[in-house]
Design a binder for this molecule. Sequence first.
Ligand SMILES: [Zn+2]
Length: 128
Amino acid sequence: MADTPAATPAASKTYKGSCHCGLVAFTATLSPPLDDPAQAAISCNCSICVRNAYLLAVCPSSSVEFSSGEDKMTEYKFGSGKFPHYFCPTCGTSLMCATGDMKAVNVRALEDVDLKSLTLKEMDGKSV
Ligand SMILES: [Zn+2]
């Protein structure tokens, strides 16, 4: 009888993401994947995250690859301007924000994510 190999959790997973109308499409590779409790989705109480109902997953910018629409997104800067947000100008889907060489992708714009099973990390962005 052969031993059944132990299931090893995937180290990373590539998710398809898009806006509602499909103008913007991308993939985001998250390590570890969102079904690993170590990859908590950030639920932040700052003024923009609350309005957009963002659930954010942070990854290096190089982990996000656009198949369409990267130059079509509207950039929205406010406050210090250090954390520009990007949304689709046609359907208004909030897709991600960026800082330096990191991106925070809106998990709600990714496919095959069970939002109810996510580990959430509350962030007090309002006080920052
Ligand atoms: Zn769109």
